[in-house]
Design a protein around this ligand. Structure first.
Ligand code: KIV
Length: 297
């Protein structure tokens, strides 16, 4: 890769670079960055041993909230199948379903890198299929990277996308697109399977992936993978040893009533929204809303 032409700017250049919105962030979370986070920033954070958060987002408004909260990476996950479209698994969601959501997230976030999941059936069959799907997300939605589930079995796709200039995030462990093959949502990578997962992670790194999600794996395995890779690992149900952590935002905010053991709820939005809806409804029924304050003369 060529050297970074924006590295070490003079003070005068720094001023104009900041006005153009290209200042370097000092930290991924809580930094002063005024331009979009890039794969280079994530690599630098790993080198600094700096942990960072990732959240899912599926619309412009939540993307803006998380972006302004300083979340450096937003994932338009195929979990949209469940939390947006109401399906029971991630399998039914299509590229046509996800591209408009990804475009909305890109419009809502100014600083965060936006990563889009390639949905089930849109990249596994062949390299041309993977390239065409990734190109749709980058051209039509404007995302900065894509995520794919699987290790060595999809290596040709990962290599081809990286060669075409598409930053690729890998995803290993409990990959929900394979839920039927796993026989349910169960912890992966125990015992001998852990060696296979480690080999998959190394293969993804060698193929050029810029990061790897580790979902529902024993924390000791996640630590080993994190120590073995020079690219960041992003854990979900993978313990405390990964470089980053991701949660589905509706789980994190307590909007989804039933969640997995690894989910910590940082708010109770199910109750909050329900209470607001009930209060609104009560006031409409009683005539307490709208008062003249909310009306036009
Ligand atoms: O689709 C999704 O939301 C994901 C995250 C849980 C990693 O893949």
């Amino acid at each position: 890769m060529s050297s970074d032409v924006s590295a070490s700017p003079s003070p005068a250049q720094q001023g104009s670079a900041q006005q153009r919105g290209s200042a370097q962030p000092t930290a991924l979370y809580g930094g002063q960055g005024t331009r979009r986070v890039t794969v280079r920033d994530l690599a630098a954070a790993k080198a600094r041993h700096e942990k960072w958060p990732m959240l899912t987002a599926y619309d412009a408004l939540s993307a803006r909230v998380f972006d302004e909260a300083g979340i450096p990476v937003l994932l338009v996950g195929d979990s949209a199948a469940m939390v947006v479209y109401g399906y029971e698994s991630t399998l039914p969601v299509t590229v046509d379903d996800l591209v408009p959501l990804a475009a909305a997230v890109v419009r809502g976030a100014r600083r965060a890198m936006v990563v889009a999941d390639l949905p089930f059936g849109s990249y596994q069959a062949s390299v041309p299929e993977a390239l065409a799907t990734a190109a749709r997300f980058m051209k039509e939605a404007g995302v900065q990277a894509v995520k794919v589930e699987g290790g060595r079995r999809i290596l040709p796709q990962v290599e081809a996308m990286v060669a075409a200039g598409v930053p690729v995030m890998g995803h290993l462990g409990l990959t929900p697109q394979s839920v039927n093959a796993f026989g349910g949502y169960r912890v992966q990578g125990r015992g001998e399977d852990g060696e296979q997962l480690l080999a998959d992670a190394k293969a993804l790194e060698a193929a050029g992936a810029f990061s790897v999600v580790l979902e529902c794996v024993p924390d000791e395995l996640a630590r080993r993978v994190t120590a073995a890779l020079s690219i960041p690992t992003i854990g979900i149900g993978a313990g405390e040893g990964t470089d980053a952590q991701v949660l589905v935002w509706q789980d994190m905010a307590g909007l989804t009533p039933h969640t997995a053991k690894f989910v910590k709820k940082y708010a109770d939005m199910f109750t909050l929204l329900g209470d607001a809806a009930r209060e609104f409804a009560d006031e409409v029924v009683s005539g307490a809303f709208p008062t003249p304050d909310y009306s036009y003369k």
